[in-house]
Ligand binder design. Structure first.
Ligand code: ADP
Ligand code: MG
Length: 421
């Protein structure tokens, strides 16, 4: 019996070397194997990939996995190949492949040896691919990073909107599994609606990260804030941390200032060439530097389990971003301190960044900023606030691990609303 617990555990051990499933993994896998549409909401690091990789390996045919990032696609495929030692078990098809490579991939697919095919959404829209996929035995479709379908997510990709159309053009009878670490109710309903999931089984894991400590600090004068940061890092010598800032110039300034104070630090932002970015990222991963001072360009797909703190020098543009960025701390379940500096001036800077955007985008952006501001100014338990934002109830009155719970303050009015200019 393909869905028996014993069989699935044996396959888990055989293909991945793990002894037990994490969280909802086993239930999710059963759901796909039973042919149901399935919707998985699980925080980053929760183990979403295995939820489609294991069923793909044990089902007849090949699973088609839609993924937004070409770079991550290759990583995933390399990882699967390293488990299986058979290169043909997983492939990817995207714009980086040559004609010869594409022919080889398609030959493996046609031979039936390949169990997983990673594709970019654009791959599915190509006419000759469509007719090829129509002839192929497909086990199911997986849509990874499904929040890309929603403008309310942090990484909207318009091509994701056409996925249902593409899937129907290939085979509208196959189950679809959508996965995301974005849990806001708005994004969830966009995913359900756009992907037209049919009577799906929905699995929502808790987003609580009990080991993360959340604190908002008022941002004073620049010098003072920088001194605070240096003091904080000095108290955490030899540990890895990220400092997020709003703009590229500030990453360089702060990194230089840290180096001048004897702290090993580098800056990271999208203005650096690819080689420098990779080099600096590696320096951080290999612990040649303690601190990486970065814009939001840094972090996607970074798997460093022992990041001990994430400092936000500016508030991020949404609570969703804040959750994702702080979520990079303490992946190993040990200490993770999340310190965010907050000032009205920075709120204004965020508004300014939207200046030239169309009205609808500005409205949406203003709403997201307002929610972030409400969080920063709130006297409510930070954990409760964050989880509530994700539609999750946090029952305890006092989490004992955020500034508001450790130092309760009087409730203050939220006065700083962002105007739409
Ligand atoms: P996500 O996509 O949800 O962010 P990943 O699929 O990348 O997470 O998995 C995160 C980590 O968890 C990976 O290193 C993976 O090998 C590990 N992992 C997944 N499932 C299990 C399991 N059942 N037991 C142990 N480790 C697991
Ligand atoms: Mg993932």
């Amino acid at each position: 019996e393909i869905t028996s617990g014993e069989y699935l555990h044996a396959q888990l051990k055989r293909h991945f070397g793990f002894d037990s499933f994490k969280g909802n993994q086993e239930k999710i896998i059963r759901s796909i194997l039973s042919g149901r549409d399935t919707f998985v909401i699980m925080p980053t690091g929760g183990g979403k990939s295995l939820c489609y990789q294991l069923p793909a390996l044990i089902s007849p045919g090949c699973a088609i996995i839609v993924s937004p990032l070409i770079a991550l696609m290759k990583n995933q495929v390399d990882l699967i190949r390293s488990y299986s030692s058979k290169d043909h078990v997983a492939h990817f098809l995207n714009s980086t492949l040559s004609k010869t490579e594409i022919r080889r991939v398609k030959a493996d697919l046609a031979s039936g040896k390949t169990k997983m095919l990673y594709v970019a959404p654009e791959t599915l829209t190509k006419a000759d691919n469509l007719s090829f996929f129509r002839e192929l035995q497909i086990s199911f479709f997986a849509v990874d990073e499904a929040h890309c379908i929603s403008e309310w997510g942090h990484d909207f990709r318009p091509e994701y909107r056409r996925l249902r159309e593409m899937i129907n053009a290939i085979n509208d009878q196959l189950p679809v599994i959508a996965l995301t670490a974005t849990a806001t109710p708005k994004v969830q309903s966009d995913i359900l609606k756009n992907l037209e999931l049919k009577n799906p089984n929905i699995f929502i894991s808790s987003f609580n990260r009990p080991n993360l400590y959340y604190e908002i600090r008022p941002k004073r004068k620049k010098d003072q804030t920088l001194k605070e940061i240096v003091r904080f890092i000095m108290q955490h010598r030899g540990k890895s941390g990220i400092i997020y800032t709003l703009n590229r110039k500030t990453t360089e300034e702060i990194a230089d200032m840290l180096v001048a104070n004897g702290i090993r630090a580098v800056a990271y932002h999208a203005g650096l060439d690819a080689a420098t970015r990779t080099q600096r990222q590696d320096m951080f991963l290999m612990e040649e530097v303690e601190v990486i001072v970065a814009t939001i360009a840094f972090g996607m797909g970074i798997d460093k389990p022992d990041i001990r703190y994430v400092i936000h020098y500016n508030i991020p543009k949404s609570l969703e971003n804040y959750y994702q960025e702080t979520g990079r701390a303490g992946r190993d379940g040990l200490e993770g301190k999340c310190i965010c500096f907050y000032s009205h001036r920075d709120v204004h800077k965020l508004e300014q960044l939207m200046r030239d955007k169309p009205l609808s985008e500005r409205e949406m952006g203003a709403q997201l900023i307002n929610e972030m501001v409400a969080y920063a100014e709130s006297a409510v338990c930070r954990r409760k606030f964050i989880l509530h934002y994700f539609g999750e109830q946090f029952e305890e009155e006092n989490c004992g691990h955020c500034d508001n719970c450790l130092n309760p303050k009087e409730k203050i009015e939220v006065k700083n609303r962002v105007a739409i200019v």
